[in-house]
Write a protein that binds this ligand. Structure first.
Ligand SMILES: [Zn+2]
Length: 285
């Protein structure tokens, strides 16, 4: 079986896949301080049992050598050589990749972007994760850091971001961004009020959708995808958010009448996408 582990800010999710990519087993453990991350990952692998390959998805800047260069949401995870550490512990080859790149791989191979030659997979969570496929190749960039779309600046005078700059896209268009636009109200509360038809909440959702669409339009200008897959907790309420994103996307697109419009699709693999993609790393080129 192929094993994949998605290291999140609060939990690590491990899955075992059968030969069709179906999740047949899963294990969840809290994410520890980076110093104990190796112990937690070894424990997950032990609980999942025998495996043919192991991949791990981690948020942040992950080098091609499997070093976590910087990962602001993992406490203490700077310049951590995770691949070397895990290979020493397990005496096996281990693949390490950015978590959003893993999610993109999974949605491309098995989910909402299946069959596409050019696609983006965007996850609106605490921040915004992005991964993309261009010409049927999963893109990593020259140093492994491609697709860090959450820190694309959309307002130089905007709110300060934990990355140290101002007005990054994820300040407006992530789950946290929705809360920011609602003056601190929890995103899920805004969504349920919008779902119930409350005008002020619907207005916040509309503004949020406009920010989401603005980023998607920028990505479209850069890479001309055929499909953009959008996932994350905010999109679970797809009945109120996605139609407004679609509306604004069409409004903001450059020369909309002279081009094919990328399809906007909700992610299909849910919270498993990152772990499934990590398990599939062994099959990618
Ligand atoms: Zn930022």
């Amino acid at each position: 079986m192929k094993i994949g582990i998605d290291v999140g800010g609060t939990k690590c999710l491990g899955v075992a896949l059968d030969e069709n990519g179906k999740v047949v087993q899963q294990v969840r453990l809290p994410t520890p301080h980076a110093k104990e991350l190796g112990d937690t990952l070894v424990e997950i692998v032990a609980q999942l049992g025998e495996f043919s390959s192991l991949g791990i998805g981690v948020p942040g800047l992950i080098s091609p050598e499997g070093v976590i260069r910087a990962s602001p949401n993992l406490v203490g995870a700077y310049e951590l050589p995770l691949r070397a550490l895990m290979e020493e512990r397990l005496s096996r080859e281990v693949m390490i990749e950015n978590d959003a790149t893993c999610a993109a791989l999974a949605e491309w191979q098995l989910g909402a972007a299946k069959g596409a030659t050019d696609a983006w997979v965007i996850t609106l969570g605490t921040g915004i994760g992005g991964g993309f496929i261009s010409g049927s190749v999963l893109q990593r960039g020259a140093h492994g850091f491609a697709g860090e779309v959450g820190h694309m600046v959309v307002d130089p005078d905007g709110p300060v971001c934990p990355c140290g700059r101002r007005g990054c896209w994820e300040r407006f268009a992530s789950g946290n961004g929705l809360s920011f636009l609602a003056n601190g109200e929890k995103g899920e509360d805004v969504l349920s009020r919008a779902h119930a038809g409350e005008a002020d909440a619907m207005s916040v959702v509309d503004t949020f959708a406009q920010w989401v669409a603005l980023g998607l339009v920028n990505l479209t200008n850069m890479t001309d995808p055929e499909v953009i897959v959008i996932g994350g907790g905010v999109i679970v309420s797809a009945d109120v958010v996605m139609p407004r994103v679609q509306h604004w996307f069409e409004q903001l697109l450059y020369s909309p009448q002279h081009r094919a419009h990328p399809r906007l699709a909700a992610a299909q693999l849910g919270e498993h996408a990152g772990a499934i993609g990590a398990a599939m790393l062994c099959t990618t080129v």
